[in-house]
Every structure is written in structure tokens, then in C-alpha cells.
Design a protein. Structure first.
Length: 167
């Protein structure tokens, strides 16, 4: 997906919600002109909507649970996982998905352009997946038991005093 700057007066917020009624539109212009070229600066400011002004406008209805309601929702929505991420800095705890990778919420006024996919006709058949087949009776696939010391490779503890030794 390629992101292109949105030159329209309405921001591209289709992934976040929809507008219940249309925003104020500038007067029609010729095909080879942009909407803002023949407008005075105060009219240009009136018609142009930023992402934040469009999100907070009355006609905009967001999808439920995209925006955090309070500080607890903000902290629970972070990508920090206490069991996986150990000794992170204080700033990494507050990272959200939209700051690391694009999620639903848009940070810049851009549009998404998906590239046209080429349909491959007469393509060769590609077979992939399993590179080797393991025998079901191999030692690695068997359930380990006390009669098979090779199934428990590595370090273990002695029964008497608990010292660590290697097989």
C-alpha cells in the first residue's frame, strides 16, 4: 500500500469512522485546478479540515473503541507486554500500535493507494512447506521416559544432592 498526500479538503478517515452529513464544501472549480487555488486565505482555512478538527466535529461518528476514553484505556492499549518485554525504558511502555505501525488511526492526512495486482497466467506451480519428513519413531518425537536418557539431553539434577551435571 502506497501512501499519497491527500489534497482534498476532507481528510481520509474511512478506517476510523464516517461522516453522518457532509462537511462544508468549497465552490466548484475547473478540472485542472485544485479546490484551494482561487479562494481567499480565510475561505481556505474555513473549508480545509485537519485530522483533529474532523475527528472532533459533530457529524463524524467514530468506530467504537478506537479512541481511548481515559488514562487506563490509554495504558491498556499500548503494545508493551510485561511477560515478554523485560527492562524496557519508560517511553517504550507508552508506545501504541499507531506510533510503531499503522493501525486504524491515521496520523497524517494521506490516502492509501493499493497497487494493481498482475494476474499471472501460466505461472509455474510452486510447491513449498515441509523440507524433510521426520520418522514417527525417532527419539526426538517420542515421549520421554526414565528408560531413555537420550530423550532428556542437556543438564539435569542428581537425585541425592541436587548438583547439576551434563549427560
Amino acid at each position: 500500500i502506497k501512501r499519497v498526500r491527500n489534497l482534498n479538503y476532507e481528510p481520509y478517515l474511512e478506517s476510523e469512522g464516517n461522516f453522518r452529513k457532509n462537511l462544508p464544501a468549497p465552490p466548484k472549480c475547473e478540472k485542472d485546478q485544485h479546490w484551494f487555488e482561487n479562494l481567499s486565505p480565510n475561505h481556505r482555512l474555513f473549508y480545509h479540515q485537519t485530522l483533529n478538527s474532523a475527528r472532533h466535529s459533530v457529524p463524524f461518528q467514530p468506530i467504537v473503541d478506537i479512541y481511548p476514553k481515559d488514562s487506563l484505556d490509554f495504558m491498556l492499549g499500548s503494545v508493551y507486554n510485561h511477560s515478554l518485554d523485560i527492562f524496557n525504558s519508560k517511553t517504550e511502555i507508552a508506545y501504541h500500535e499507531e506510533t510503531i505501525r499503522q493501525k486504524e488511526r491515521r496520523l497524517r492526512n494521506t490516502r492509501d493507494l493499493s497497487p494493481k495486482r498482475k494476474i499471472a497466467i501460466g505461472h509455474p506451480l510452486a510447491i513449498g512447506g515441509v523440507k524433510e519428513r521426520l520418522h514417527p519413531n525417532s527419539m526426538k518425537l517420542m515421549c520421554s521416559g526414565h528408560h531413555q536418557p537420550s530423550a532428556n539431553k542437556g543438564y539435569s539434577r542428581q537425585d541425592a544432592d541436587g548438583n547439576v551435571f551434563n549427560y
